[in-house]
Design a protein around this ligand. Structure first.
Ligand SMILES: [Zn+2]
Length: 280
């Protein structure tokens, strides 16, 4: 009995000490490229934002994980070509994105592609509750082992591009809502969607990266994939010249990449990874 009381006291003291110091022992994140049979949800505002995660997504897909891609907007404003119309641009960007994802082994047939259909650049003017409810529903439905999203960290406050900032905050807000049954309760009552807590986040477009994914093995594929965004990267943004990528430019980029690999350089995608629930 005395021993029991002593052990109880030791436990109490150790908890108190840790509560006083406020220290937490973080568990090192596991290697996401070793994951199998998990569900990964990617969120982003535009049909090119996925590019910075496609190496990682490609490795995850090849390992038999389920990939859900969610775009907030149609990307229908991102051109400086005076001949371009919003309707045409939305169609071009959808195709570019599908080609780029396809190059990495992720297709609408073998994965889930969702576009919420909002206008490019206007995400901040959509009622936030409406957005939060939609994304909360998706998270509760697909119950992802990891969410990949634009970084809502301190750099987003400085980043003046409306959709990027909005999608970063919104994804996180919706993930928080998904954890509590009293947020949007009809999703549970009417549709049977149970609360779900996301516990692994990988934030891209970050200036505070703490987690590198080695994508060297798919880096050539990624270069071919990036070449599909003809309306976005390079002069095609000023005068659309697609849909076919510039083969000469592509060859040069592939040569540079091959040289890097021959020198044993690693090609990484960088994320800020948070492996705990942020739903508090
Ligand atoms: Zn974007």
């Amino acid at each position: 009995m005395t021993l029991f009381l002593i052990s109880l006291l030791i436990t109490f003291l150790s908890v108190t000490v840790s509560a006083q110091t406020g220290t937490r022992v973080p568990t090192p994140p596991d290697d996401i490229t070793k994951w199998t049979n998990k569900t990964i949800m990617w969120f982003g505002p535009h049909q090119d934002d996925e590019s910075s995660s496609l190496g990682t997504l490609s490795l995850l897909k090849a390992n038999g994980n389920k990939i859900i891609m969610v775009w907030y907007t149609t990307g229908n404003k991102g051109s400086r070509d005076l001949e371009m119309t919003s309707e045409r641009l939305a169609q071009i960007r959808k195709t570019e994105s599908e080609k780029a994802c396809g190059e990495m082994g992720i297709t609408p047939e073998n994965s889930t592609f969702i576009c919420l259909g909002y206008d490019d650049g206007m995400l901040e003017y959509v009622p936030q509750k409406e957005l939060c409810e939609q994304v909360c529903r998706l998270i509760r439905k697909y119950r992802p082992d990891a969410v990949i999203s634009m970084d809502p960290g301190s750099s987003s406050m400085k980043w003046h591009k409306t959709d990027h900032r909005m999608s970063a905050f919104l994804t996180l807000d919706a993930a928080r809502a998904a954890a509590y049954h009293l947020y949007f309760p009809n999703q549970r009552i009417v549709d049977g969607l149970q609360p779900f807590t996301v516990t692994d986040y990988l934030f891209y477009s970050t200036s505070e990266s703490n987690y590198d994914v080695d994508i060297t093995s798919v880096s050539a594929k990624k270069i071919r994939s990036r070449a599909w965004y003809v309306s976005q990267f390079g002069e095609g943004n000023f005068k659309y010249v697609g849909p076919e990528p510039d083969k000469e430019k592509l060859k040069k980029l592939l040569d540079v990449n091959a040289e890097k690999i021959s020198k044993n350089e690693k090609i990484n995608e960088k994320f800020r990874r948070v492996t705990e629930s942020m739903s508090f």
